[in-house]
Design a protein around this ligand. Structure first.
Ligand code: HEC
Ligand code: HEC
Length: 275
């Protein structure tokens, strides 16, 4: 093996090692996540690191021991997912988890499948994705279906414009480049397998668009939908990012109440915010 091959292979091997180490150590209760997160290049404070590690350990234990997540007891979400995604699926900016409430079941199943099959969350730089990869590996199909059904019934939390983009500029970008697949109201479309955007946080979407652009998500040829979204994200100009997300927050303000009502979900009139 020549040097360049070795340089290429090293991160891949190292990455699967990290993931296996993560699964193994999280199960035995060691705080491995601070190490992973520290390598993410973002400075998280000690409290955030501890919160992430605690949530991960708790969830992995619940998934693996008989105590949590036995399929059929209806509590997979409460025992496993809620530790990181919140009791109402609202997400958590400190843990950097998306607001998944109200995501359609087909989309949740598709993403869990990708996390499990290393089409998402397997890149060595994808440390938030690695957490979900580890969780997905610990779930069986029944548990996934059960969690997806619970998530779909939760009222959406409306996207907020925390990145302070300009929605009036974002409107043109959205109409031009996003609406075709994510629809006029940001609800996504099963026919295109495009995700629902109006319940997600703007910082989460920015992170995902950056992952698509930098080849951390959507690069595997087997991941057709991810590859499609990667092409779109790569065409976006930097200055359009915050603006298009601000416009999605505007769509959320307008349509989240309606989407919840149409799905027979009480609770959120669109004022409840994705965290
Ligand atoms: C240890 C914390 C943790 C736990 C526990 C956890 N998740 Fe996640 N989840 C995350 C993180 C972090 C992400 C964001 C991944 C990324 O950045 O790509 C995520 C992303 C997701 C996504 C992708 C959302 C999207 O819009 O594409 C789904 C679906 C999901 N989680 C479902 C679940 C389900 C179902 C459970 C319970 C069985 C669960 N998660 C448990 C941390 C967690
Ligand atoms: C050709 C169809 C298409 C167009 C156009 C499109 N998307 Fe997507 N988008 C998708 C698909 C399909 C997915 C799901 C990818 C996957 O399965 O991983 C997606 C996923 C996403 C996600 C990740 C959602 C999540 O839950 O993690 C974001 C954010 C997103 N798109 C934003 C945009 C924005 C902003 C635009 C316009 C600039 C846009 N998309 C244009 C098809 C499209």
């Amino acid at each position: 093996m020549n040097l360049s091959e070795r340089n290429f292979l090293f991160p891949v091997t190292f990455c699967s090692f990290l993931q296996r180490a993560f699964v193994a150590l999280a199960l035995t209760g060691f705080l491995t996540l601070p190490v992973l997160v520290a390598q993410d290049g973002k400075k998280a404070d000690a409290a955030a690191l501890k919160a992430i590690a605690d949530a991960a350990v708790k969830s992995m234990q619940a998934a693996k021991t008989g105590k949590g997540g036995a399929a059929g007891d209806g509590n997979v979400y409460q025992r496993i997912c809620q530790n990181c995604h919140g009791d109402k699926g609202q997400g958590n900016v400190q843990l950097r988890t998306p607001s998944i409430a109200g995501l359609p079941d087909w989309y949740v199943m598709a993403q869990l499948g990708k996390f499990r099959n290393r089409l998402r969350g397997a890149h060595e730089k994808d440390l938030t994705g690695a957490q979900m990869h580890a969780i997905a590996l610990s779930l069986n199909d029944e548990q996934m279906k059960e969690a997806a059904a619970v998530i779909m019934k939760m009222p959406l939390h409306a996207t907020q414009n925390t990145l302070k983009g300009d929605a009036s500029k974002g409107l043109y970008v959205y109409m031009d480049q996003c609406m075709e697949c994510h629809r006029y109201n940001g609800s996504g479309e099963v026919a295109f397998r495009s995700g629902q955007l109006v319940g997600l946080q703007d910082w989460y979407m920015l992170g995902q668009l950056e992952k698509f652009r930098s080849g951390i998500r959507g690069t595997d040829r087997k991941d057709e939908d991810g590859t499609r979204m990667r092409e779109i994200a790569s065409r976006l100009r930097d200055k359009d990012l915050a603006n298009v997300l601000a416009y999605i927050a505007q769509l959320a303000e307008q349509y989240v109440g309606e989407l919840n009502a149409a799905a027979g979900k009480g609770g959120s009139d669109g004022k409840s915010a994705a965290k």
